[in-house]
Design a protein around this ligand. Structure first.
Ligand SMILES: [Zn+2]
Length: 80
């Protein structure tokens, strides 16, 4: 009887860790994406010189380190 159950046990012993690894990689990928989103939130692209910089301060109009222009924080990307 034990000999018949052995292949099944081996199958589970292989499938369960593989499933766990798959779940872990999925979770890590999701957390990585969340981290990228967090990083993008502080990223500002200058509307004048297109210099990309990060600002994590509290200023409503972060100053571009490249040209000194004041840039609006957030999604507002008015061109021209
Ligand atoms: Zn600039």
């Amino acid at each position: 009887m034990m000999d018949l159950l052995l292949p099944e046990f081996v199958l589970w012993a292989l499938l369960v860790p593989m499933g766990l690894i798959g779940l872990l990689t999925l979770a890590s990928r999701l957390s990585q994406r969340a981290g990228e989103r967090r990083a993008v939130r502080g990223r500002i692209i200058c509307r004048l010189c297109l210099h990309a910089f990060e600002d994590h301060g509290t200023a409503t109009l972060p100053e571009c380190p490249g040209c000194g222009a004041m840039n609006e924080r957030g999604r507002s990307r008015r061109l021209g």
